[in-house]
Every structure is written in C-alpha cells, then in structure tokens.
Write a protein that binds this ligand. Sequence first.
Ligand code: SF4
Length: 240
Amino acid sequence: MAYVYKELSDRDYEELNETLKKSDSLDVLKWAAQTYGNKLVYACSFGAEAMVLLDLLSKVQRKAHILFLDTDFHFKETYELIDRVKERYPDFVIQMARPELTPEEQAAKYGEALWESDPNKCCQIRKLDVLERGLAPYDAWLSGLRRAQSPTRANTEFVNRDDRFQAVKICPLIHWTEEEVWMYIQLHNLPYNELHDQSYPSIGCTYCTQAVAAGEDARSGRWSNHTKTECGLHAPVKGE
Ligand code: SF4
C-alpha cells in the first residue's frame, strides 16, 4: 500500500492505528521514518513537546527535515532555542519558512496590528499559508500534539487524515502527559525555551502570547483577548 493522503481511505487509517495502537512513540517514529523517508517533515513549534519529539526523532532519522513557521513575530528566546537545537542536532535540516508578506507589507495591505483586528487573517497569512507551501513537497508531517492539551486534541490518533493540508499527519506523543514531557526533558538534559520558566507554558508569537497565572489552563495565555484558541494548523478530528 502507498501510504499517501489521496490513496488512504478512512478504513486504512483505522487499520493503521489498530496496528500501531500498542506502539510507543519511538516505534511510531520508526514506522514513519521507514514509510516516508525524506517525504516526512516535522512542523516544529519548538515548544516543550517539540524538545521530546526532536530528541526521539534524532534516534531514528538523523537527517530529519524540520519546518519552523517563522512568522517574524516570535520571541528572541524562541530564536535562541532554535540555535541551541541546531548545535545539539547538527544533522537536522531545519527550514525557517517565512510568510509571503513582510510585517510592513502586511500592515500596508491590511492595517496595523492585524493580530488585534483579525487574528484569523493574520494566522492565515503568517502560519497556515506558510505551512501549506512548506508541506507541499512532503507526503506526511509530524506534530507533537498531545490528547490532554485541549478538548480539540482529545481524539487525535497516531496517524491522522489531514484534509486541510492534504497530507498524512502523524502524532507520536498523543499519550504523553505534561509531567512526562518535562521528566523526559530533565532526564536527557534537553534544551528548552527559557520562557517556560517564566510562566509561559505555551509559546507562540509575541503579540498573542501572555504568561499565565498559577492553576490556569496551559493554553489560556494564547490569544487571551479573543475567543480564538487555535491558530488553525490543527483541525479537530472526527468525533469533536
Ligand atoms: S499568533 Fe498572532 S501574531 Fe502570530 S500569526 Fe497568529 S495572529 Fe498573527
């Protein structure tokens, strides 16, 4: 069977997930690397889960392709972290994928502070369109989603049909808890974004990320002035 988006039926996804259901994250990554080779890319946010997934990926695909959506609006700590990751995993092929519009061009076309007036449009330009172009050469993409992160992620499987980007989306960390993520980071002395130590559990663009108070939901600091909770990269899966 060719495991590409346009040739897989819903039944095929069910069978794949049934086959993989007793696998651990490393086994899922091994399967992904063997199945897709250089047609596999990790769309990496460089959040805490990403540190785990990058480390596991380095064990099965030394020259893995990594795609970062560089919106131009990330924290300096995030760019510094990417430099540290490059030092630790020098064979990874890390692509900094940029939007078609510079921040200045976006402001001239749509007005200042589009992230305030229309954050969905801003995410469309600076994230979704960029990911769509970035994924085009690949058959499958990796994501570090965990089921426990939010209700919209609760039904995520290891292997998912991604109609939005017409690709197979593979999520090896679905069963991990936040505690397990941080235990792995500490156990393996992995680099991580320093902002995590300053009450930023989920880190995106500077304009749309705030620190959270103790006990608040980990994603409550994202788009905290809007009803928006996701940038749209991860469409809810069936059953939600
Ligand atoms: S997270 Fe905010 S600044 Fe970043 S692309 Fe989306 S709306 Fe724009």
